[in-house]
Design a protein around this ligand. Structure first.
Ligand SMILES: Nc1ncnc2c1ncn2[C@@H]1O[C@H](COP(=O)(O)OP(=O)(O)OP(=O)(O)O)[C@@H](O)[C@H]1O
Length: 299
């Protein structure tokens, strides 16, 4: 039986509307299913963990944004229960990266086929991410966007991903780059003036940006994008290039790939995991990041 985990608040109420349509379609088709509505942050993970250990669950489908997918993925990781989604958030990078139709009808059609495959996951500070993680400027973007009033407003006019762009513009004025020591599979380097380090398992980022265009979810690698030593004006000028992935040739951008990464920063830097706030880097203790090959089943 497919089980739906629904965040009715996602996308400023889009989750609720999408579920109403999906429920009608499932009833019309006479399909047996289960469903639970999330009640609080972290609830989707608890539900998924419990369900994954029950017999007879063929897939857990998150109806919500990437935050709900992130929680479900953490709940089912390492089990034989696949995760799917019906996108109802503002970024929906999981759905975009996996080539899901973004409208509920197409996404439902896809999840009902139950065609599963194994993908890698990333681990940062002991927590799993399916899409990407980010440290620094992009961690702050995720944190501030999720807390902003305008995310709700943009979601209402179905332009939720613009809220990330607004935060980027706000932060460009105030953000202070940091000193970073990096270890990628045993190769160490020091960097002054680091704006961000994105760590991608999938290419989608911030609602359709291609921060690491070469990221592949089943290649056994994490792909890194480090941005350093760039002026605010230049960052503003070249920022739109991240939408088609051509930013990678800019001299301030360093693209790397690795399996085990350690990153230590001179001052606390904000972390995001699949767009969810994930705390700050502790000064003096490296953040551990690694790829977990084949850890997740997706449909
Ligand atoms: N009932 C609830 N009350 C409060 N928070 C919830 C509830 N259900 C889920 N959440 C939390 O809401 C957060 C955002 O969820 P989600 O990512 O699905 O939606 P979104 O933020 O609108 O979409 P996107 O990530 O694409 O912008 C997650 O951290 C999740 O844990």
């Amino acid at each position: 039986m497919i089980w739906f985990v629904i965040n009715r608040l996602s996308g400023n109420g889009k989750g609720k509307k999408v579920w109403q349509e999906v429920e009608r379609a499932l009833d019309r088709l006479g399909i047996e299913y289960g469903r639970t509505f999330t009640q609080k942050q972290g609830h989707a993970e608890e539900i998924a963990r419990e369900l994954a250990n029950k017999p007879g669950i063929s897939a857990i489908v998150a109806i919500g944004g990437d935050g709900t997918v992130h929680e479900v993925a953490n709940g089912v990781a390492g089990t034989s229960v696949p995760v799917g989604c019906i996108p109802a958030g503002s970024g929906d990078d999981f759905a975009r990266s996996l080539g899901y139709p973004l409208l509920w009808e197409g996404a439902l059609e896809r999840v009902l086929k139950l065609n599963s495959r194994r993908i890698d996951a990333g681990l940062i500070n002991g927590r799993l991410f399916a899409i990407s993680a980010g440290i620094g400027f992009d961690g702050e973007v995720a944190k501030l966007t999720n807390r902003s009033w305008y995310k709700r407003w943009f979601n209402r006019i179905r332009a939720g991903r613009i809220s990330y762009v607004v935060t980027v513009l706000r932060l460009l004025i105030t953000y202070k780059p940091c000193r970073v020591r990096l270890d990628v599979d045993g190769i160490t380097s020091e960097h002054d003036d680091v704006w961000l380090m994105a760590i991608a398992n999938m290419p989608g980022y911030g609602g359709g940006m291609k921060i690491c265009p070469d990221a592949k979810d089943d290649d056994g690698w994490l792909h890194l994008c480090l941005v350093e030593g760039i002026s605010r004006m230049e960052l503003l000028r070249f920022f739109p290039r991240v939408y088609d992935g051509t930013h990678v040739t800019h001299p301030a951008v360093r693209m790397l790939a690795g399996r085990k990464i350690r990153m230590e920063s001179g001052t606390p830097m904000t972390i995001h995991m699949d767009g969810e706030f994930g705390g700050e880097t502790p000064v003096g203790t490296p953040v551990a990041i690694e790829v977990l090959p084949d850890r997740l089943l997706v449909i």
